[in-house]
Design a protein around this ligand. Structure first.
Ligand code: ADP
Length: 477
């Protein structure tokens, strides 16, 4: 059965379909999904535009009930949806279920936010005049998402968009339509009026581009590559629309001489390799001071030997496959580039054979890397990390900040002085002390600086900045 797109409250088949393939076992077809055309995207935008006036004025209890019901169903089905996610994306079952729970928590959080919408009342500078400041929805929101968090990223964009009274056109990544289809189905059955949420699965160059080119989309929130992010930005400037971008990272993880070695190694392995290194908050630059360098590298090698890389759904797997062949080629290309640049491949990097045909790669650790090498400057988006040796904390901080990106930044240290200084001076949107660079809770702001992000933060109460627009109203008393 082909899973369809949702346009104006109807499930629409379209003329083409595409297959969703399991990267742990390429013989396993997860499902078939309708591929929307540019025409379908325009119909979805028109439906969202038509649905906006009524939805923007809908009662908070209606929105609360729908988001709450959605949260409850996602959480009740966490094992099944987590399995679907791991099957289509390749992260381990524990990670797939964890991400599904996070999506449920996000819907629950924004169900609550509907009930807490507040404004301000101020006296005017002139006598007998009152001023009200309120938040109103922006209009039709376009949501474009990547493949690496198939349920959490759609959730953290769709939930606030609907909570604050916007209507939505949602285009998930083509590689992982299953989780997106499932949450749209849940929201639809939870009672969303027709046209409020539209799903258009398909190609970025067709469906995504039709969204960028539409004058009827008032805001676009995008997570994906830097190149596509720039296109979103340029088109948004052209249409004078609001836009929010979450793009790449080249996140540093600093290890100081005074670090607890176990804490440092656990955080570094998690940052660099968990979720197969396919997180924009992953760390691929391990910046290590001289005094601990050799011990750290030896302990990393030992720890990496014990990692279980296998089918994402198998019990005991710690790292699943790479998402697809083209990403695998990108990873192995960068491993070759690192060697050519003179870094030493200290561990891993080879392709692995397992019981089923899949994109298995042994996580790779380079040593003797410099921050000027391409492997230290460009986002690889795979289980590939390099150790950069530095003299002391000051050099570590300079190297950590010497990157075009600024999403997340981590440090392993037992020094309060260095931890405090690092939190203040790391040029990143998120800073982690003695913790992996990835792993941001569902209720706190997520986002970065420099080349990583544009616009206001996602998640938590900060999401209101993007999904609402402020109105200042005067009344003569
Ligand atoms: P990734 O490397 O993570 O796949 P992309 O930026 O290619 O990054 O993809 C992120 C999302 O952007 C996907 O949903 C993709 O289909 C979409 N996309 C790709 N090209 C375009 C485009 N020209 N216009 C709009 N969306 C696009």
């Amino acid at each position: 059965m082909v899973q369809k797109n949702l346009i104006d409250g109807e499930w629409i088949a379209g003329s083409e379909a595409f297959r969703n393939i399991n990267p742990s076992d390429t013989n396993d077809v997860v499902g078939e999904y309708a591929r929307a055309s540019a025409e379908d995207a325009r119909a979805a935008i028109a439906a969202a535009k038509a649905a906006f006036p009524a939805w923007s004025r809908s009662g908070i209890l209606e929105r609360h009930a729908i988001l709450r019901k959605t949260a409850d169903e996602i959480l009740a089905r966490k094992d099944e949806l987590g399995k679907l996610l791991s099957r289509e994306e390749g992260k381990t079952l524990a990670e797939g279920i964890g991400e599904t729970v996070r999506a449920g928590q996000i819907f629950d959080f924004f169900a609550g936010e509907c009930l807490r919408l507040a404004g301000e009342v101020l006296p005017s500078a002139r006598p007998n005049i009152g001023v009200e400041i309120t938040r109103e929805p922006v209009g039709v929101v376009g949501i474009i998402t990547p493949w690496n968090f198939p349920i959490a990223i759609p959730a953290w964009k769709i939930a606030p968009a609907l909570c604050y009274g916007n209507t939505v056109v949602f285009k998930p990544a083509e590689l992982v339509p299953g989780s997106s289809w499932a949450i749209v189905d849940i929201l639809h059955r939870a009672g969303l009026p027709k046209g409020v949420l539209n799903l258009v699965m398909g190609k970025g160059s067709v469906v995504g581009q039709a969204m960028l080119d539409s004058p009827d989309i008032h805001a676009i929130t995008f997570t994906g590559s830097t190149g596509t992010g720039k296109r979103v930005a340029l088109a948004s400037v052209e249409h004078n629309r609001k836009y929010q971008l979450e793009m790449g990272g080249k996140n540093p993880f600093v290890v100081l001489d005074d670090a607890d070695l176990n804490v440092a190694v656990e955080a570094a392995v998690n940052s660099a390799f968990f979720s197969t290194g396919q997180r924009c908050t992953a760390s691929s630059r391990l910046i290590v001071t001289e005094g601990i360098h050799d011990r750290f590298v030896a302990a990393m090698g030992e720890r990496m030997k014990g990692l279980v890389i296998d089918d994402a759904l198998k019990a005991g797997t710690q790292i699943g496959p790479v998402v697809d062949e083209s990403q695998l080629n990108q990873d192995t290309d960068y491993i070759a580039i690192g060697r050519q640049e003179g870094a030493k491949l200290a561990f891993g990097g080879e392709l692995l054979k397992r019981d089923t045909p899949g994109f298995y790669l042994q996580p790779a650790l380079f040593t003797e890397a410099t921050n000027a090498m391409r492997i230290s400057r460009e986002e690889i988006f795979g289980p590939v990390a390099s150790v950069i040796r530095v003299k002391d904390y000051d050099e570590a901080l300079t190297v950590a900040n010497d990157t075009p990106f600024g999403l997340s930044s981590g440090i392993a240290t037992t020094s309060l002085k260095h931890a405090t200084h690092f939190k203040r001076n790391a040029e990143a949107g998120m800073v982690m002390v003695n913790l992996p660079t990835a792993g941001v809770d569902f209720h706190v702001p997520f986002g970065g600086r420099k080349g990583s992000s544009h616009g206001s933060r996602e998640q938590g109460r900060y999401a209101a900045e993007f999904y609402t627009t402020v109105k200042t109203a005067y009344t003569l008393a």
